[in-house]
Design a protein around this ligand. Structure first.
Ligand code: HEM
Length: 233
C-alpha cells in the first residue's frame, strides 16, 4: 500500500505572502524607499557624469550617447529597473504619507518637531515637482516633442539649442535645486531608516548628504549655465 501523499506547503506562495506582509508595514515601505532611492541616486550620479562630457565637446558626448544606444538590451534593462524603482518609490511615499495623515491625532493641535516637519514637507512637494520635471525632460531631450529643434542622436546640439532658451534653463536650474533638497533629505532619512543614528556619526552623515547633494546640483546646473554664458556652443 502506498504512503498517503503529504501536502507540501507552497513555498512560493508563502514567500510572496511574507513579502506582501513586509510591504504592509511602515518599516517595509521605508526599506523599499531606501533601496529604490539608492538605485535612483546611482542613476542621477551616472547621468550627471555622462552629461558633463559636454565640456569635452560634441564628438565625446555624442559618441557616449551612441554607445549607450548601441546596447539596446542593457539600455532597456536599465530603463525597466529605473521605471520600477520610480514606481515603487512613489507608491511607498504616497502610502506612507496617507498612513501618517490617518495616524495624526484629531481634535487638538499636536506640534511635531520642527526639523521633522520641515524635512517631511520638503520631500512631499519636491517629490511631485521632480516627477513633473522628469516628464518634461523626457519630452525635451529624449522624445523631442518639447524641443524647438530636436535632431535625433545629436545629443550635444539638442542640449545646446535646448538650453539657449533661457526660461527653459531657468526651469532646469530651479528643478535641480529642488532635486538637491530632495537628495539631501532623502539620503538623511535613508540613513535614519537603516538605523545609522549615533552621536558620533550623525553630524558626519549629515555633512555627507549635504556635500553629495551640492555636488549634484552644481554639476547639473553647470550645463545650462555654461550654455547661457556661451562657454558651450
Ligand atoms: C542639466 C541636467 C541634465 C541634462 C543636461 C540632461 C540631459 C539629458 C539628455 C541629453 C538625455 C537624452 C539622452 C539620449 O537620448 O541619449 C537625457 C535623458 C534622460 N534624463 Fe536627463 N539630463 C539632466 C538631468 C536629469 C535629471 C536630474 C534626471 C532625473 C531626476 C534625468 C533623467 C533622465 C532620464 C530618465 C532620461 C531618459 C534616459 C533613457 O533614454 O532611458 N535627467 N537627459
Amino acid at each position: 500500500m502506498s504512503a498517503p501523499a503529504i501536502a507540501k506547503p507552497n513555498v512560493a506562495a508563502k514567500n510572496f505572502s511574507q513579502l506582501a506582509g513586509f510591504w504592509d508595514t511602515p518599516i517595509g515601505k521605508k526599506a523599499v524607499m531606501a533601496v529604490t532611492g539608492v538605485i535612483l541616486f546611482g542613476f542621477v550620479v551616472g547621468h550627471m557624469l555622462g552629461n558633463l562630457q559636454i565640456f569635452l565637446g560634441a564628438e565625446k558626448l555624442d559618441a557616449y550617447a551612441a554607445l549607450l544606444h548601441s546596447m539596446p538590451g542593457v539600455l532597456w534593462m536599465a530603463r525597466l529597473v529605473l521605471l520600477g524603482s520610480v514606481g515603487l518609490h512613489i507608491l511607498a511615499a504616497v502610502q506612507l504619507t496617507l498612513q501618517s495623515w490617518e495616524a495624526r491625532p484629531r481634535g487638538y493641535v499636536k506640534k511635531e518637531p520642527v526639523a521633522a516637519t520641515y524635512a517631511g514637507r520638503t520631500m512631499r512637494w519636491s517629490g511631485p515637482i521632480i516627477a513633473a520635471f522628469v516628464v518634461y525632460h523626457l519630452l525635451h531631450f529624449t522624445f523631442g516633442a518639447a524641443h524647438p529643434d530636436f535632431q535625433p542622436s545629436k545629443v550635444y546640439q539638442n542640449v545646446v539649442t535646448g538650453f539657449q532658451v533661457w526660461p527653459v534653463s531657468l526651469f532646469y536650474i530651479v528643478a535641480m535645486v529642488l532635486l538637491g533638497f530632495h537628495l539631501q533629505h532623502g539620503l538623511w532619512s535613508m540613513f535614519q531608516s537603516l538605523g545609522f543614528s549615533h552621536p558620533r556619526y550623525t553630524p558626519k552623515l549629515k555633512q555627507f548628504a549635504t556635500v553629495f547633494a551640492t555636488v549634484i546640483v552644481a554639476g547639473n546646473c553647470s550645463i545650462p549655465i555654461a550654455v547661457l554664458a556661451g562657454l558651450v556652443k
